[in-house]
Structure formats: C-alpha cells, structure tokens
Design a protein around this ligand. Structure first.
Ligand code: PBG
Length: 331
C-alpha cells in the first residue's frame, strides 16, 4: 500500500488520523474495544421429551431442544469457549399461575440438573419469569385485566429458589415487576443460597424486538401487552432509577434489554453505577441480521461483529446473544 505520496509528507495544519489506520497491526494497536468469548452468554430453549429438536422458524439456527440434546449442545458451547448459557423453559402444560415454573421437577429444573451432571464447568443462568408457563402468557398473576405485582413476585421468588435447588449458578429475573429482586434475594438467602448471584433485567423495555423470541418460547400474551410493567422506549432517566432500585435490592449484575436500540442507556448505566453490566442482544436484533444476510443485503458476519463490538463499546461487560456460537467461532 502506498502510504506516503509526496503531497502527504508536507507539514500541514491538520491531524493525520490515517497514520494509525494504514495497516492491520497498527489498527489493532490503537483499538479501544475488545470482544472476547468470555463476554458471551448463549440463550437456550428447553422442552420436554427425548430427541426433540423444534427449529424456530423466525430465528434461523435456533431450536427448542429436549434435555438430552440440550446437554450435547452445551458440551459444544463449552468447547467453543463460551462460559455461560441462559435457559428458557417450554412447559408440558400451562395454567393461570404458571405452576411448572416453580415445580422442582419442571423442565428447566430437569435441564439444569442434566447440564450440571454432564457439562459441570458451564455457568448455568436461568431466566426467571412466568410468561412461558401461564395460560394467558403474562409474566405474573392476572385478575380481570390487571397484572398483579405483589403476589406475582412471591411466585417468582419460588421459581428462583427452585432453580437454585436444581443447581443453577445464577438467576435472572426478566419480569420487570416492582420489588422482585428483593423478594428473590430474601428467598434465596433463607433457602441457604446466600452466595447465588442475581442478574436482573433491570432496564427492560416494552419492545417490538421480542417478536421472534415469543415464537421460540411460546410466550405471546393471549390478550393485552407488557406495557404495564416493561419500560417505555422513550425513557432513560427512568432506566437509571430502575437500575438503582435493583442494585439496592441486591442485584449483582444489571441488564439493559434490548441492546442495539438502547446503547445510550447501556452507557449511562455503566457510567452511573460502575456495576457489572449485561446487555441482551434480543431475538429481533438477531433475526433482522439473519434475514438481511440471507437475502445478500448485508454481510452477516461483519454486521454481527460490528453489533457485538458496539454493545461492548457502549459499556456492556456481558452480552447475551443468539450470535454467541457464530461469534466464538470467529474469535
Ligand atoms: C421474558 C423474556 C422475554 C425475553 C427474555 N425474557 C420476552 C418478553 O419479555 O416478552 C426476550 C428475549 C428476546 O427477544 O430474545 N421471559
């Protein structure tokens, strides 16, 4: 590459940013943000049965899996160098109060035990919510058209304790009800799990980007929406108050979700609290890239790495992403 034409050697009154961009090693030397396998968490959907693999049509490469296949997948994830997975359960049957969520023999509890037995080193995080388990698809108890807060957080605390008993390494409440982190912390402490960390979905927005996930987790509400508990996309001061409350209540890691449309929120949260900060690069963010990539409209790998790097640059320490396996293969 010709890096010094005669005109470029002249002393001039402007800065030459291009000097450190001329070769790959130079660019690497001045790179500010790194992405590592250690930053990644891979989401998994577990269903009942044996040798079951149901592909999720709106999320290419993502499937619901029965525990036997899930364990094999986890072994591969560990081999790729990804340190952690987050589990979502598809129950055998749903009811008004999401009973299987806090049943010690529920699907997530079975999956945790199986993973811990076969792939002991992998960090198993569980999503704590009722929406996959309730017949109405809401994240808690519903009376009339109201989603009840205080009774629901009791059930979420029972779910978290049940996951802990099954061997989970970390619980991640995703409901956005008020006071759930405190309720879960108290329940875990009383149950002898004082050392079990909580990663709270602290600033979780009522987002259209969850569409494909709801197919994967079979958790679309049968009526209404989640706007009475998830945050308004227009707010970011409120996100700081949500995060402050969760830290006060005992959260060890705080999450912003979705990631790409909320990079400003990630940055504010990181700068304000200096906490271990996670970002959830959600299903819609994933599926948009996959769809455009399949059509040849964008370079899927390049856009993936750019997105993940941007989330790190915004201040996230941990990225939960359906791209984890693909990214780990490149890193
Ligand atoms: C709730 C939950 C959701 C997601 C993670 N946990 C969906 C929702 O709030 O409706 C979304 C994740 C994604 O879109 O990838 N259990």
């Amino acid at each position: 590459m010709n890096t010094s034409t005669p005109t470029d050697t002249a002393v001039t009154g402007f800065q030459r940013f291009r000097r450190t961009r001329m070769t790959a090693p130079l660019r690497a030397m001045v790179r500010e943000t790194t992405l590592s396998k250690d930053d990644l968490v891979y989401p998994l959907f577990v269903c009942h049965g044996n040798k079951i693999k149901n592909d999720v049509s709106s999320m290419p490469g993502v499937s619901q899996m029965s525990p036997d296949l899930l364990v094999k997948e986890c072994a591969e994830i560990q081999k790729l160098g990804i340190p952690a997975v987050i589990l979502f359960g598809i129950p055998g049957s749903k009811d008004e109060v999401g009973s299987e969520a806090y049943d010690d023999s529920g699907i997530v509890q079975q999956a945790i035990a199986a993973i811990k037995k076969e792939v002991p080193g992998l960090v198993v995080i569980t999503d704590v919510c009722l929406c996959e388990y309730t017949s109405h698809g809401h994240c808690g108890i519903v009376r009339g058209d109201e989603i009840i807060n205080d009774e629901s957080i009791e059930l979420l605390a029972r779910e978290a304790l049940s996951h802990a008993r099954a061997g989970a390494d970390m619980v991640a409440p995703s409901d956005m009800f008020d006071g759930r982190v405190a309720a879960i912390r108290t329940k875990l402490d009383e149950g002898g799990f004082g050392q079990l960390p909580i990663m709270s979905y602290a600033a979780k927005y009522a987002s259209g980007f969850y569409g494909p996930f709801r197919e994967a987790a079979e958790s679309t509400p049968t009526f209404g929406d989640r706007r009475s508990h998830q945050m308004d996309p227009a707010n970011s001061d409120e996100a700081l108050r949500e995060v402050a409350a969760d830290i006060e209540e005992g959260a060890d890691i705080v999450m912003v979700k979705p990631a790409i449309p909320y990079l400003d929120v990630i940055r504010r949260v990181k700068d304000t609290f200096g906490m271990p900060t996670a970002a959830y690069n959600v299903s819609g963010e994933f599926s948009m890239v996959k769809a455009a990539g399949q059509r040849g409209w964008i370079d899927e790998e390049r856009v993936m790495m750019e997105m993940l790097t941007s989330i790190r640059r915004a201040g996230a320490d941990i990225i939960i992403t359906y791209f984890a396996k693909a990214a780990a293969k490149l890193l």
